[in-house]
Design a protein around this ligand. Structure first.
Ligand code: SF4
Length: 186
């Protein structure tokens, strides 16, 4: 029996991520990412990589965003398009239960796209900076975490229901709650 876990793209390829400046946050996430990937490999679990919705739409020079900026029909359409080939693979694995077991899907908590329990929000974080009084640091400090899925994972959740895959567990990789992703590997 092959055990399979789906992971957000940057769990296997951090080159897709936006440049981050909070060193403590980066180090904590990186430590958990390595522990998660190493444990999965040690246990012989197969890792199926989701596409990165932001890299494939905005490329490597994009800035950090908040989820409100991706909450539009165009971004969601892009998410749907890139998710469909993955959903079809899941359908095939699920239909062959005697050979495959899907352990779950792991996103990145805090991401505007791949957040599972938390995404970043900030109504003041978009619009033309030049027309406003705030400094860029004030705008950045106006972003916060809220308890909601990121937009890519909202679309994923809708598609899991649509393709009768809603029983697949979805958890976030989050340094403050490491048990969530690690428990999927047991
Ligand atoms: S959009 Fe998702 S996969 Fe891409 S860098 Fe952000 S968290 Fe990682």
């Amino acid at each position: 029996m092959k055990k399979i876990i789906l992971v957000s793209h940057c769990i296997l390829n951090t080159a897709s991520k936006v440049v981050m400046y909070n060193l403590k946050e980066i180090e904590e996430e990186e430590a958990l990412r390595k522990q998660f990937v190493k444990t999965a490999l040690d246990r012989g679990i197969q890792l199926l990589q989701l596409p990165c919705p932001e890299f494939t739409l905005y490329g490597s020079k994009r800035w950090g965003h908040v989820s409100e900026q991706f909450d539009n029909v165009f971004f969601k359409k892009h998410c749907r398009n890139i998710l469909l080939p993955i959903i079809e693979q899941l359908v095939e694995y699920k239909e062959n239960k005697e050979r495959f077991q899907i352990l779950g899907i792991v996103g990145i908590d805090g991401s505007p796209s791949c957040g599972v329990d938390y995404t970043c929000t900030g109504e003041k974080s978009y619009g033309a900076l030049g027309d406003r009084d705030e400094s860029i640091m004030e705008v950045i400090h106006n972003t916060s975490l809220c308890k909601r899925k990121g937009i890519f994972f909202q679309v994923l959740e809708e598609m899991l229901v649509e393709f009768k895959l809603a029983d697949i567990k979805v958890e976030g990789l989050f340094a403050l709650e490491p048990h969530k992703c690690m428990n999927l590997l047991s």
